[in-house]
Design a protein around this ligand. Structure first.
Ligand code: DGY
Length: 326
């Protein structure tokens, strides 16, 4: 008998077809919130679920609604919205899509860095607003990137792809802060591992690509912002809760640092009353690290592969977040 699966994010048609062939599929395209009762009813019978982060914590309470669930496949690399302890208690497998989005996300993070450094949003607005009537005043000059120091928090796949771009493309000095040393990265990109405070005080560009955990929550506080150079540019491509956002807004308002370029926020979508929206020195993108046509397709395919494998008891792959389960 076919297993029951709930799909709660839009995915390409051919990938949805693969799910429909393998399982009894119930589809909630877009937000399951729109049809909450039907979603809860479908979960009650589900063996598997697949989708991207729907902003809901998948914890013991949520899992009570899915008493038969055996596998969850997230269309993302991050899985901080899943409570791993609750999954382990219920012996539910969790898979993610860690490899296919590395380059797209590193590209976006570098785009943010460059956009903030060269003030592209402000300059584009300047032309759109009809202000380009004579030569540009030095008030609008940007900051050099080549040869500067980048400090990367984290050294997973995406961080390594950023280090590669920084070293090979922009002759940057690469500093990194990470639990473990990466001799290969140190050798390939002449990267230097250092303590957090040292990195924050030395780097011209500080780039966050850490996962969100209890240890990394608010790793950037008011005190840490105070260690940064007034010329520093802070880029967040990890998770919004890595930064104490009110403290960052305060630092940007007071020009304690030069600028921030953010793809992720403490609350998403970013509330319309956020102070970030009033700041010229905040470059903002709506959580689009992996949002290219090719990469989102590859992520959906990977997540479908993961779910089919997990519900067919194929042994764990490197995409299996909790291989000790199941
Ligand atoms: C990821 O894959 O974790 C991206 O941040 C999207 O959530």
């Amino acid at each position: 008998m076919k297993k029951n699966v709930v799909l709660f994010s839009p995915i390409p048609h051919d990938q949805q077809e693969r799910l429909a062939q393998a399982f009894n599929l119930t589809v909630f395209n877009g937000s399951p919130d729109a049809d909450k009762q039907a979603f809860i009813t479908a979960l009650a019978d589900a063996d598997g679920m697949i989708g991207s982060n729907m902003g809901t914590k998948i914890d013991a309470e949520f899992l009570k609604q899915a008493p038969k669930l055996k596998a969850a496949s997230t269309i993302s690399v991050g899985y901080d919205n899943y409570d791993l302890t609750a999954l382990a208690e219920r012996q539910i497998r969790l898979m993610n899509t860690p490899k296919v989005l590395t380059n797209a996300t590193a590209d976006l993070i570098f785009t943010l860095l460059m956009t903030a450094a060269r003030r592209m949003v402000e300059l584009s607005d300047y032309i759109h607003q009809g202000k380009w009537l004579k030569g540009l005043s030095s008030d609008y000059y940007g900051t050099d990137i080549t040869g500067k120091t980048i400090g990367i928090l984290g050294m997973g796949r995406i961080a390594q792809a950023i280090a590669k771009r920084a070293h090979a493309g922009f002759d940057m000095n690469v500093l990194y802060y990470n639990r473990s040393a990466h001799a290969d990265v140190e050798q390939a990109y002449q990267a230097k591992r250092c303590e957090l405070d040292e990195l924050l005080s030395q780097a011209d560009f500080i780039v966050l690509v850490l996962p969100l955990t209890e240890q990394t929550y608010h790793i950037i506080t008011q005190e840490k912002l105070a260690l940064m150079k007034p010329s520093a540019i802070l880029v967040n491509g990890g998770r919004g809760k890595l930064i104490d956002e009110p403290a960052l807004i305060h630092a940007l308002q007071n020009k304690a640092i030069k600028a921030a370029a953010l793809d992720v926020y403490e609350t998403e979508p970013l509330p319309l009353h956020s102070g970030l929206l009033k700041l010229d020195n905040a470059v903002l993108s709506p959580h689009v690290g992996s949002a290219t046509i090719e990469t989102r397709y590859a992520m959906a395919k990977c997540a479908v592969d993961n779910l089919i494998a997990a519900l067919n008891n194929v042994p764990p792959t490197e995409n299996w977040v909790n291989p000790d389960v199941g």
